[in-house]
Design a protein around this ligand. Structure first.
Ligand SMILES: NC(=O)c1ccc[n+]([C@@H]2O[C@H](COP(=O)([O-])OP(=O)(O)OC[C@H]3O[C@@H](n4cnc5c(N)ncnc54)[C@H](O)[C@@H]3O)[C@@H](O)[C@H]2O)c1
Length: 274
C-alpha cells in the first residue's frame, strides 16, 4: 500500500467498509486487510455461510444478500448504518463469470444473470450507497477486470459486463464527486480464485503467473487511498498497480478544417434531451 493510505483507525469512530462478494477470493482477502487497517467491516455475499466466515475472521458483520437485487443493495447499506452508525467505503466486488465460453449459443437465463450480478450489482450498489457515503466524503471501488479493457475472446459476455461497469464508473464519477464521493475501478488480471474454474488449468499450462487475492487486495487498498475519482487501475503480476491511460477521442473535423471537441456537461436541459 502507498504511503498516503489512511492510517489504521482506532476507537468507536473507526471507518466502516462494506465489501460485496466478501465470502471468497479477492473480496475475502480485502475484507481481512481493511479490518487489519482498522476498518469495521460488513461482509456481504450471496453465500451466507461464506460471508459469516469472513466476518468472523475479521471481527465484522456478515450479511447474506444478492447484489442483483436493488432492494437487497438498499438493505445492505441500511444494515451497515443501523449496526455501525455510518458507512465510509463500499467495495462493489461481487461477480460471476458467464459459464458458457465463448457465450454461444446464448443461454438467455444465464446471460441475464451475469448482467444482473456484474452490472446491476454495481449500478444498484452505487445507487444504494451514495447518499450515506456523501455524508462522510466516502469512497466506492468497483472490481472490474482487464477483460473490460482488452478483448476477452474466451468470454465475451463477461467482457461485456466488465466494459460496462468501467464506462459507468468513468461517466458517473463527476456526479458523485459533486457530492463528495470518489468512485474508481480496479482491473485485475487472472487471479487465483474459484471464478476462473477450468480456465485456471489453461492458464497454468501456459505457465502464465496468476495474481493472488492478497496482491489484488493490496492494489485495492492503494486505489482506495490514492485514486482521485473516475480512474481505472490495472493490476498485473510483477508490477505495481497503476492508473490506466485511455487515449483521447479523435476530435471532430469541421468543414473549415478546424477541430471541435465536445465539452461534457453534467445535466442536459429538458428540451434538448433526445
Ligand atoms: N479471479 C480473477 O481472475 C478475476 C480477474 C479480474 C476480475 N475479477 C473480479 O473480481 C471479483 C471477485 O471475484 P473473485 O475472483 O474473488 O471470485 P470468487 O468467485 O472467489 O468470489 C466472488 C464472490 O462473489 C460472490 N457472489 C457471486 N454472486 C453474488 C451475488 N449475486 N451477490 C453477492 N455476492 C455474490 C460469490 O459468492 C463469491 O464469494 C469479481 O467481480 C470478478 O469478476 C476476478
Amino acid at each position: 500500500m502507498s504511503d498516503s493510505a489512511p492510517a489504521p483507525g482506532t476507537g468507536p469512530d473507526r471507518p466502516v467498509a462494506l465489501v460485496t462478494g466478501a465470502g471468497h477470493g479477492i473480496g475475502a482477502a480485502l475484507a481481512a486487510k481493511l479490518a487489519a487497517r482498522g476498518h469495521r467491516v460488513v461482509a456481504v455475499d450471496v453465500d451466507g455461510e461464506a460471508a459469516e466466515r469472513t466476518a468472523r475472521a475479521c471481527g465484522g458483520l456478515a450479511l447474506e444478500a444478492d447484489v442483483a437485487d436493488l432492494k437487497q443493495n438498499q438493505a445492505m447499506v441500511e444494515h451497515a448504518v443501523d449496526h455501525f452508525g455510518r458507512l465510509d467505503t463500499v467495495v462493489l466486488n461481487a461477480g460471476v463469470e458467464s459459464g458458457q465460453p465463448p457465450d454461444l449459443p446464448l443461454d438467455p437465463a444465464r446471460y441475464r444473470r451475469v448482467l444482473a450480478v456484474n452490472v446491476d450489482g454495481v449500478v444498484f450498489g452505487v445507487d444504494a450507497a451514495t447518499a450515506e457515503l456523501a455524508r462522510h466524503g466516502g469512497r466506492i471501488l468497483v472490481t472490474a477486470s482487464l477483460a473490460g479493457l482488452a478483448p476477452e475472446q474466451a468470454n465475451p459476455v463477461y467482457a461485456l459486463t466488465k466494459g460496462a461497469v468501467l464506462a459507468y464508473v468513468r461517466a458517473i464519477a463527476p456526479t458523485l464527486a459533486r457530492r463528495g464521493v470518489r468512485i474508481n475501478a480496479l482491473c485485475p488480471g487472472f487471479t487465483d480464485t474459484a471464478i476462473l474454474g477450468v480456465t485456471k488449468l489453461l492458464i497454468r499450462k501456459q505457465r502464465f503467473p496468476l495474481l493472488t487475492p492478497d496482491t489484488v487486495a493490496d492494489a485495492a487498498l492503494t486505489v482506495l487511498a490514492d485514486a482521485g475519482g473516475g480512474q481505472v487501475w490495472t493490476v498485473v503480476a510483477g508490477r505495481p498497480p497503476a492508473p490506466f491511460a485511455f487515449p483521447p477521442l479523435p476530435a471532430t473535423l469541421l468543414p473549415d478544417g478546424t477541430e471541435a471537441r465536445f465539452r461534457p456537461f453534467l445535466s442536459a436541459p429538458k428540451e434538448s434531451t433526445p
